[in-house]
Design a protein around this ligand. Structure first.
Ligand code: HEM
Length: 401
């Protein structure tokens, strides 16, 4: 779709556009600090503006939550967000992020490697002798939730139900929220919180060797102590923040490789390039296209625009990640790219706390798929992108092998 086909009243982060990148270039060149009527807020498209903004303490997430609460009331989905890392400011944010950061520290994440490999291997075993699959529903869909279920030691029989709660909550979290989205999110949030509260109480009573028990272990006087309510919200974020995002990273990476067969060939010849392929996907076609907006708490100048106190601001990562002022040949998918500090996991205090886990899952999944299916190619079906809030991912990715 060409740049001129994106009218201004359309939220560029919302619908499932096959190729929003020409539009993002157009915005960056003609109106880099753009006021989106659909989002009722500013969107930043230049890399430099975005990093300055993301470290600027004159913007607040807690204020965004106040606005959401004023509009939709203190409903279950809104209440659930109140203690989420994404919706709190420092100093509360600092304490909660430290706790979650330690829980998802590199060594702890690495301890999941064998389990993730086994799970990925088992999915691919199901396709022995087959010649086609949908990378999204047959392969990438189950992995993030299965990984988190294993980390929290959730019983096998509850896993499908949990995935449904997660889908319900995630769908209600677009940059644009409609009353219908909130109502569906409320139903899922109520059941999800009920389930996790029960799980936390059980673990409090009798700990185990899982991540939830580790989260609950510090006693009251310890800085890392969390209440049951905080533990529920953290467990919820494990699921909701890492579900669609990780699935889409796997799908977007496979698609980019299949459309850039020279890069796929290089990867097959040198599997050590896998890390570069995942990083390049996070830059080239980021699964999260925009962070939640923040509210300006005073007047701020960005570029030539004046952001007034109370205005909303977000970033288009798909635009910043292809800013030619920051990345050479930005539209080229190059798995050996150096100096690739993309914003696919954001930047500043709200930088993704699950980045290490997401990278590990994607490395194992994409690596195994490429290694085990040497004749992998795109099936000839037209591709359809999800209309899923600020997340970019395919509805299906049919492949043949
Ligand atoms: C490919 C997968 C992933 C991508 C692309 C991704 C991307 C992001 C981005 C862009 C943000 C900033 C959001 C904002 O400011 O509104 C973020 C925050 C966050 N992510 Fe991820 N994420 C991924 C996987 C995960 C996983 C697996 C987890 C946890 C298990 C996770 C947990 C979080 C949390 C808790 C935050 C909030 C951090 C904060 O506000 O301080 N993410 N992620």
């Amino acid at each position: 779709m060409a740049a001129q086909d994106f009218p201004d009243h359309i939220d560029p982060t919302l619908p499932g556009y096959p190729d929003p990148y020409p539009y993002f270039h157009h915005l960056r060149e003609t109106d880099p600090v753009h006021f989106s009527r659909a989002m009722n807020g500013w969107v930043l498209t230049r890399y430099h503006d975005a990093t300055e903004y993301l470290r600027d303490r004159r913007f607040s997430r807690a204020k965004l939550l106040e606005e959401i609460r004023a509009k939709f009331g203190d409903s279950p989905i809104v209440r659930l967000q109140s203690d989420e890392l994404s919706f709190v400011d420092a100093p509360k944010h600092t304490r909660l992020k430290n706790v979650m950061g330690k829980l998802l520290a590199p060594q702890a994440v690495e301890s999941m490697r064998a389990e993730i490999e086994t799970f990925v291997g088992a999915i691919l075993d199901r396709f022995e002798g087959a010649h086609q699959m949908d990378v999204i529903s047959d392969f990438a869909y189950e992995l993030p939730a299965e990984t988190i279920c294993a980390m929290l030691d959730v019983p096998g029989e509850d896993r499908i139900r949990l995935r449904e709660y997660v889908e319900g909550v995630v769908l209600a979290r677009g940059v644009v929220r409609t009353p219908e989205m909130i109502a569906a999110g409320d139903r899922a949030a109520r059941e999800f919180v009920g389930y996790l509260t029960d799980l936390v109480r059980k673990r409090r009573a009798r700990g185990g060797g899982d991540f939830l028990s580790a989260l609950l272990a510090p006693r009251e006087h310890d800085d890392r102590h969390v209440t049951d309510e905080e533990a529920v919200v953290m467990a919820e974020q494990f699921f909701t923040a890492g579900h669609a995002t990780t699935r889409n990273l796997i799908g977007n990476a496979i698609l980019a490789l299949l459309r850039n067969r020279g890069e796929l060939k290089r990867l097959r010849e040198k599997p050590a390039l896998l890390e570069g392929a995942i990083e390049e996907t996070l830059r080239y076609d980021p699964p999260t296209q925009a962070p939640s907006p923040q509210i300006a708490i005073e007047e701020v100048k960005i570029g030539d625009s004046t952001i007034r106190s109370g205005d909303r601001v977000s970033v288009l990562f798909g635009a910043t990640n292809r800013d030619p002022a920051r990345f050479e040949n930005p539209d080229r998918f190059d798995i050996t790219r150096r100096d690739n500090e993309h914003l696919g996991f954001s930047f500043g205090i709200h930088f993704c706390v699950g980045a290490g886990l997401a990278r590990l899952e994607a490395l194992i999944a994409v690596g195994a798929l490429v290694a085990r299916l040497p004749k992998l190619r795109l099936a000839s079906t037209p591709l359809k992108w999800r209309s899923m809030g600020r997340f970019r991912g395919l509805v299906a990715l049919p492949v043949e092998f």
